[in-house]
Design a protein around this ligand. Structure first.
Ligand code: UD1
Length: 342
């Protein structure tokens, strides 16, 4: 048996890809997910890819009785990767309390369990949203944080502060927060990928659903930004590359006795791509023409952001490898599989 890792949110988009990567290097994975934004079939698909069925418990992390029962049952967990959280920016504006409760209290419950059940290591899903619209690009880990644009973004900013303070007074704890840029794409097997409920908010699922004929037209939100083609710029990171960053982080926590006990890293490619570049690259990679039109800016959007990945590259020894073109093709292959398109 490999070393045991708990992955909360392990049937979700980034979580499921991370479970597969952990299994591929010998970790024994246990998943907790309340299935609020994913389906139990994902466990079958993970098993199809890796040949190993992860243990899976379906409950919400606010349920402390279930959490206690869980840690009694699964003794010997060495590390936790905590993905489980709500992540829809617009919804968080409508329902701030639900977001603060779910995202913050579940983290606190996990931290309580780390003390109680002697689990020293945690990897936390943070976001480049903590930088807001940075004054200088690319953003390094030391770029000043800005006030969050949404309750969702604020839960990530507050979580990082909670972790920093809790680590200070718990000499046994080690934590790595990974600040994701924009994760896109799907596993090369097309067995797992991003499955938004309802109308997608994010660019790439909207693109693949438009290509599949589920959406009539993609709206490009604004072409009058201060960027070369006028559309917003982001750092789109392949989800499998991102998943691998978690494996590297877990290994660092377990094996590197000298690392700082609280660390945070940018996880991006280091390259910015505009919305129109993503559209063009998708068309070239897949041969599918996209019906799109330029519309007004989307309120709350950041003009441009991309990562300086020097610290992740040198300290973690991790680097994004997959091209934007291959990543967009993987997103399309996944959409085709789930829609039965040839
Ligand atoms: C958003 C959140 C971020 C969150 C991430 C994942 C904000 C400011 N940021 O990132 O905190 O972690 O989602 O859920 O809300 N676009 C279009 N047409 C579309 C959809 C998007 O043109 O139909 C454009 C957007 O204007 C943006 C880019 O595509 O320029 C990427 O948008 P999206 O995928 O929603 O991600 P972010 O807004 O960067």
């Amino acid at each position: 048996m490999g070393r045991k890792v708990l992955v909360t949110g392990g049937t979700g988009y980034i979580g499921s890809h991370t479970v597969v990567e952990l299994q591929s290097v010998g970790f024994e994975v246990v998943i907790i997910d309340d299935l609020s934004n994913s389906s139990a079939d994902v466990v079958d698909h993970i098993e199809k890819i890796s040949g190993i069925r992860p243990a899976f418990e379906a409950f919400n992390l606010l349920d402390t009785d279930r959490l206690d029962a869980f840690f009694e049952q699964y003794a010997g967990i060495e590390a936790i990767i905590h993905f489980a959280a709500f992540k829809a920016v617009g919804e968080s504006v409508e329902q701030p309390l639900a977001y603060y409760r779910n995202n913050l209290v579940s983290l606190m419950n996990i931290l309580d369990c780390m003390s109680k059940y002697k689990v020293p290591n945690l990897v936390f899903s943070s976001s480049c949203t903590v930088y807001g619209q940075p004054d200088q690009l690319p953003v390094t880990e030391n770029t000043p944080k800005k006030e969050a644009e949404s309750p969702y973004g604020n839960t990530k900013a507050i979580s990082e502060e909670v972790l920093r303070d809790v680590v200070k007074v718990n000499p046994d704890f080690k934590v790595i927060a990974l600040r994701y840029f924009n994760p896109i794409g799907a596993h090369p097997s097309s067995l797992i990928g991003e499955l938004p409920r309802g109308v997608p908010n994010n660019l790439v699922p909207f693109i693949t659903q438009t290509a599949a004929g589920i959406r009539q037209q993609l709206s490009v939100f604004g072409d009058d930004y201060d960027t070369p083609d006028g559309s917003c710029i982001r750092d789109y990171i392949n989800v499998v590359d991102l998943a691998k960053a978690h494996v590297v982080a877990i290994n660092r926590l377990i094996n590197n006795a000298n690392s700082e006990r609280y660390e945070f890293f940018n996880v991006g490619t280091g390259n910015g791509a505009s919305v129109l570049e993503v559209v063009n690259t998708f068309e070239k990679a897949t041969g599918v023409k996209l019906n799109y039109k330029i519309v007004a800016r989307r309120p709350g959007d950041i003009e441009k952001i991309y990562a300086d990945t020097t610290i992740a590259n040198t300290v973690l020894g991790w680097k994004a490898e997959t091209s934007l073109s291959d990543t967009l093709l993987s997103a399309w292959n996944w959409e085709k599989r789930i829609r039965n398109i040839n």
